[in-house]
Design a protein around this ligand. Structure first.
Ligand code: ADP
Ligand code: MG
Length: 264
């Protein structure tokens, strides 16, 4: 059977929305120009939404975080202005890397996710991973062809987030793949990397001082290093929880008569 004209032209979004577009056109008495413009825009925005959904799925973002949801007053060593500047994404265009350094709970993953979210919305391809996940994926590839194709998965996106560098020591083979990946992305695609380990310890992390030096040389040549020297937000939340638990609850006060009922 011959395909319809919309399908032949691959205008699936327009085809689906056409009854409504036509209804609006009649009700508002659009000109021919307006009608054509609206019809084509409907198709375009449908395509953009579909592409965004596809990119989001491919990015493997574990949860959504935003810069607006980040309390900069809690982390004074971090410049809010600098992060707002970074969220204009020129670092992605110039293949500049970003390294967040700091102890656990200081918001490294949060900020990486927030920038990754901006990049996705702007139309860039993104992939989020942890170093151990990455090292595992490459190490368990059973033959060289599979290693190549897995490496390509990490090389291809415009932005690669490598979270949690420093928690796991790498085997010799894993360290070599990590080096190969950073080399392949060098001046070709951005990396956002988070680490709780100072660069001086990367020799131990990779089990090879020479390799670590060469890797850091490429990683940091075009990079912005943001050190967060602050307290853990997780600890803050835990302390806040403890405070509410230890303080007598409203209900308890009412029960003992210390708080009259009806007082809010
Ligand atoms: P890290 O990756 O440095 O260990 P995370 O980014 O995972 O820390 O932060 C731990 C939790 O605390 C997350 O839920 C994160 O959203 C939240 N968080 C951390 N810092 C802040 C902050 N300054 N404002 C708001 N939420 C924060
Ligand atoms: Mg983290």
């Amino acid at each position: 059977m011959k395909k319809g004209v919309y399908q032949q032209l691959n205008l699936t979004h327009l085809e689906a929305a056409l009854p409504q577009v036509l209804q609006e056109a009649r009700a508002e008495q659009w000109t021919y120009e307006t009608f054509l413009q609206r019809a084509l825009t409907t198709e375009l925005s449908g395509r953009e939404q579909k592409a965004m959904a596809r990119r989001l799925k491919a990015a493997r973002i574990p949860r959504k975080k935003t810069l607006d949801g980040f309390d900069f007053s809690f982390q004074p060593s971090l410049s809010e202005r600098r992060l707002r500047e970074l969220s204009d994404l020129s670092f992605v265009r110039t293949c500049t890397n970003i390294v967040f350094l700091g102890p656990p709970g200081t918001g490294k993953t949060h900020l990486s996710l927030a920038l990754a979210d901006r990049a996705l919305t702007a139309g860039y391809s993104v992939l989020f991973t942890t170093l151990s996940e990455l090292a595992h994926a490459l190490e368990t590839a059973s033959h060289p062809g599979l290693v190549r194709s897995r490496l390509r998965r990490y090389i291809a996106p415009s932005l690669l987030v490598i979270d949690e560098v420093g928690y796991t020591k790498l085997s010799q083979e894993q360290a070599r793949y990590f080096f190969e990946l950073v080399t392949a992305r060098y001046e070709h695609g951005s990396i956002i990397l988070t680490s709780n380990t100072s660069f001086a310890q990367w020799g131990t992390l990779l089990g090879d001082e020479v390799l670590a030096t060469a890797l850091l040389d490429r990683l940091l040549h075009h990079a912005e290093v943001l050190a967060i020297n602050g307290r853990s937000y997780r600890m803050k939340e835990r302390q806040a929880d403890r405070a509410t638990i230890s303080a007598p609850s409203e209900a308890a006060l009412r029960a003992t008569g210390e708080l009259p009922t009806g007082v809010r």
